[in-house]
Ligand binder design. Sequence first.
Ligand code: PMP
Length: 435
Amino acid sequence: MGYPGPTSRSAELYERALRRIVGAVNSPARSYAAVGLPYPVFIARGQGAYLWDVDGNRYIDYLAAFAPGILGHAHPEIVETIARAAADGTLFGTPTPYEVELAERLQAAIPSLERVRLVSTGTEAVMSAVRVARAFTGRPKVVKFEGCYHGHSDFALIRAGSGPATLGQPDSAGIPESTAAEVIVVPYNDAAALEAALERWGDQVAAVLIEPIVGNMGIVLPEPGYLQAVRDLTHRHGALLIFDEVITAFRVTYGGAQNVLGVEPDLTTLGKAIGGGLPLGAYGGRADVMDRVAPLGPAYQAGTLAGNPLSVRVALKALDILGRPGVYEELDRKGRYLAEGVLAAARRHGFAAQVNRMASGFTLFFTDRPVRDYASASTASKELFARFFREMLGRGVLLAPSRFEAWFVQIPHSQADLDETLAAADAALAAMAAD
Ligand code: PMP
């Protein structure tokens, strides 16, 4: 099984795209190279929990655009907000009242964000946070963790998870040795390895950059006490702690993972869900650190499109919707129901499998080992994942095309959608077991 019905229009678009768009995709993670299908489905529209491709096939969407999707597609209040904001003009190159309100509301949700800067993507947020950390400390090096992904700026692509890991390119070409030399990579969930790295290079380390809950080697949770140990070690060595919450913020709760994990970083990066489906990122944190950014300080960072009123007004509306009573409880309930159901189905059909879950996001790993770092995540079978992906696609369920990504449940997923998905998973795994 592969596609759910005729896909001749997707096939034609793919052929056309190949001639003008590199690899026919505008982001490599969208390629179906790792799942053994000749071309990705081209999506024409979305509504609520569903997507329709150009040939009219319908999918229940758990790809969620690689995590921003939480409100569902074409949410009526978001559509209305876009129309109203667009009618007022989309870009002024000036401060706006909307960005002031958003900065206040982000700080109310994530108290450590004493000062914030809006940018347009997660990549920019992380790149900028690391720059200000270097400016503040006067130190050059960054510690990051194997299998985490922090966007595609040069330093961030040293041993990166997510798309680079999926494509077997955890180190990108085109990055100078001198940049790689400033990046120290240690395993996640291993406080002793971080301690050893900081013992050796501590006085040169500007920042320790971490996904507090990892989303980019599949979902991997911090073990009890681990993030506190990371916090203590950074304090001891005078390095700043940056939480990359591009996936986790407004996914695990209204606010950041830091709200529920009880560990406060110096700087935080945001993206994905905060934009309500439009391009928006942010970074911020301690006022004394952020005040090093221009125009107050010597660390330059800018953006023509930064804080554009369309994205910011949509973000305000997204926060309104996400802040309503019961939203996260319901997302968590649905995430648990689906994650437990998929894991039970895999085991029922005789597969060694693990599920790691953070609220409404989870990853099914085809491995017999608990997944706690990149080494254990990499034991998950590529072949079984690829087959499972194809079987699910063929049954109208769209997942991210990589064993290192996650399923994301969204507000409009109904109980019927979840049950249809579990029936599809059961049939998919039965077909795989019959091989
Ligand atoms: N940080 C994390 C944790 C991410 O997952 C991503 C994107 N997958 C980024 C940063 C980069 O964000 P963007 O793709 O918006 O540049």
